[in-house]
Ligand binder design. Structure first.
Ligand SMILES: NC(=O)C1=CN([C@@H]2O[C@H](COP(=O)(O)OP(=O)(O)OC[C@H]3O[C@@H](n4cnc5c(N)ncnc54)[C@H](OP(=O)(O)O)[C@@H]3O)[C@@H](O)[C@H]2O)C=CC1
Ligand SMILES: CC(=O)[C@@H](O)[C@H](O)COP(=O)(O)O
Ligand SMILES: [Mn+2]
Length: 393
């Protein structure tokens, strides 16, 4: 029996995680779940999975949560604040932590799980984008077990040889990592019409059902840029080892190309319960609730290169990755500010890349030698991005 904490339990990944866990009541028990604004779902989830602890970010939600809990006859214990997230991620009873808070807020609780040597199921790609080298050093130092949940990285993990050693592509005969992306809902949309894109249009992903922030990132392909950086740190890659390929059907979740001409791909229906189940049960396999692929009804597989003009955010991210940690931290922060402003209908879809680019230009590159410096630099980038945003309003 494994004991699990689910950070971000009210989100898309969090709910899929609880769904997989509920299918295996003899294998997994839930220790703690966390949520932020969606208190009703937090309470129904806590009742359904019998969570011992519920963690919320803000004291201001406490009274409303208490009321909802007594109405639902929910007996979980409430913990509040950033330190409580770290506490339930590092508690001795916990074996596995699902890191599924969206954005920079996920970094410290995920690191707490790493430092406690847990099995960490990493959906929160922002942790690696913000602090890749420091994060991976902590994984090694504390002997944590880091398993990728992001579908592409989970696919790559499945396609690598079992004896793959970090950064040793040549030794395993690997010539390239092929990172696939759908191209999002605007892959064929006339570029002249981009200024009028609405948040709901951007969130209507052709294949995946996800939270609104990552959905906007998929539409701009910033998601693939963040994943490029994530792949670099997870597997110890050079930028030249990674090629981004548009595959609109999202059936192939990524591939590894070998020097003998073989390409090993991981395929499946676009449903996050597959990588979640793999992370929970690794190295075993468990049932996840995902429908098997029906090859007879699959549409053609197609592949193209991502156009620079259509996806400027992807290329900003690849350039930032080449520059190093300071640039990817700045880009992530600027993008979080810009995407939120777009979702709040304050700026246009095209303004997201404008804010990202200008923030990167305004901040000098510095070495970030500690997590405290990463967080300080993230705050500085948010202030600059907000100033640029203010001029657009
Ligand atoms: N969805 C997907 O299929 C995939 C997601 N990912 C990554 O997984 C992570 C989660 O994505 P997704 O599930 O789609 O996102 P959602 O927006 O659906 O869920 C985000 C979760 O984080 C919580 N949250 C939001 N803000 C804060 C905060 N400031 N402090 C603490 N908790 C907070 C939310 O709580 P509440 O809802 O209660 O406000 C919710 O539980 C992201 O990093 C994303 O990039 C990666 C691959 C695929
Ligand atoms: C499900 C998942 O892993 C997402 O990150 C997905 O990759 C989004 O689709 P895009 O390929 O369009 O970014
Ligand atoms: Mn992904």
């Amino acid at each position: 029996m494994k004991t699990i904490t689910v950070l971000g339990a009210t989100g898309s990944i969090g709910q899929n995680t609880l769904d997989v866990i509920a299918r295996h009541p003899h294998d997994f028990r839930v220790f703690a779940i966390s949520g932020h604004a969606n208190l009703p779902l937090l309470v129904t989830s806590a009742v359904a999975c019998s969570a011992r602890y519920i963690v919320i970010s803000n004291e201001s939600s406490y009274a409303a949560l208490k009321d909802l809990m007594s109405e639902a006859n929910c007996h979980s214990e409430i913990l509040v604040g950033a330190k409580a997230l770290e506490q339930v991620s590092s508690a001795p009873e916990v074996d596995t932590v699902m890191s599924a808070i969206v954005g920079a807020a996920g970094l410290l609780p995920t690191l707490a799980a790493v430092k406690a040597g847990k099995r960490v199921l990493l959906a929160n790609k922002e942790s690696l984008v913000m602090s890749g080298e420091l994060f991976m050093n902590a994984v090694r130092e504390h002997k944590a077990e880091l398993l990728p949940i992001d579908s592409e990285h989970n696919a790559i993990f499945q396609c690598l040889p079992a004896n793959f050693e970090y950064a040793e592509l040549q030794r395993s005969g690997i010539s390239k990592i092929l990172l696939t992306g759908s191209g999002g809902p605007f892959r064929t949309k006339d570029l002249d019409t981009f200024e009028s894109i609405t948040p709901d249009q951007a969130c209507a992903h052709p294949n995946w059902t996800m939270g609104r922030k990552i959905s906007v990132d998929s539409a701009s392909m910033m998601n693939k840029g963040l994943e490029f950086i994530e792949a670099k740190w997870l597997f110890g890659l050079k930028e030249s080892d990674i090629e981004v390929v548009i595959h609109p059907q999202s059936t192939i979740h990524s591939m590894v190309q070998y020097v003998d001409g073989s390409v090993i791909a991981q395929l499946g229906n676009p449903d996050m319960r597959t990588p979640i189940a793999y992370g929970l049960s690794f190295p075993e396999r468990i049932e996840s609730g995902v429908e098997p692929l029906d090859f007879a009804s699959l549409a053609d597989f197609s592949f193209t290169k991502p156009e620079k003009q259509r996806y400027p955010n992807l290329y900003l991210a690849i350039d930032a990755c080449k520059q190093g940690q300071s640039s990817t931290t700045v880009l992530n922060a600027a993008n979080e500010v810009a995407v939120q402003a777009f979702l709040d209908a304050k700026i246009s879809f095209l303004d997201i890349a404008r804010i990202n680019q200008e923030t990167l230009q305004q901040l000098e590159y510095i070495e970030l030698d500690s997590i405290a410096q990463v967080i300080e630099h993230d705050s500085l980038a948010r202030r600059i991005a907000n100033t640029i945003l203010g001029k657009l309003l």
